[in-house]
Design a protein around this ligand. Structure first.
Ligand code: ADP
Length: 161
């Protein structure tokens, strides 16, 4: 049983994340999308909300499960008896940080491999941060996120009067 963990903030999940999840699901027996608490990043959505949004998006992918974790990623990967960490690479700008992270994780646990997946080219410019910014400014994000994520964004950003 080959298991990969795809960790991230997913604040919120975008079509780019979904593209990486689908690619990983074809390579591994099981993929666990692991939503990180990441309090320090002051996420727009709570951890529970982020898990719910990912869950709905992957419901039809039978070998994909969603979970959340706190603490050190390598400890979580070992606990779930996974062999690999999946990360997405959009552009050269992602490379330096991701490379550093992968080598650090290998230092912490040499049994865990990091696999990088490149999304479909139309998603290479997508990030949760940009999607939130567009939504905040009243722009249409329907090409960038699943419908239920767009609905959740509109609800979350609705001005309270
Ligand atoms: P983190 O806070 O861990 O960077 P993110 O949710 O922003 O969490 O991203 C999780 C992973 O998904 C990272 O490896 C990131 O590079 C990747 N990723 C984010 N957006 C995209 C995208 N549009 N295409 C491919 N990979 C992506």
């Amino acid at each position: 049983m080959r298991t990969a963990i795809y960790p991230g903030s997913f604040d919120p999940l975008t079509n780019g994340h979904l593209d990486v999840i689908q690619r990983a699901a074809r390579l591994f027996d099981r993929v666990i999308v692991a939503v990180a608490e990441n309090e320090g990043k002051h996420p727009l959505f709570t951890k529970g909300e982020r898990v719910t949004l990912v869950n709905k998006a992957v419901a039809r992918l039978s070998n994909v499960k969603v979970d959340s974790f706190n603490g050190l990623l390598v400890d979580y990967v070992a606990e779930r008896k996974a062999q690999a960490i999946v990360r997405g690479l959009r552009a050269v700008s992602d490379f330096e940080f991701e490379f550093q992270l992968a080598l650090m994780n290998r230092k912490l646990d040499e049994n865990i491999e990091t696999i990088f997946m490149m999304p479909k080219d139309t998603y290479t410019f997508l990030s949760s941060r940009i999607v939130k910014e567009i939504a905040r400014l009243g722009g249409d994000v329907s090409a960038f996120v699943p419908v239920h994520v767009r609905t959740a964004l509109l609800k979350k950003l609705k001005p309270t009067s």
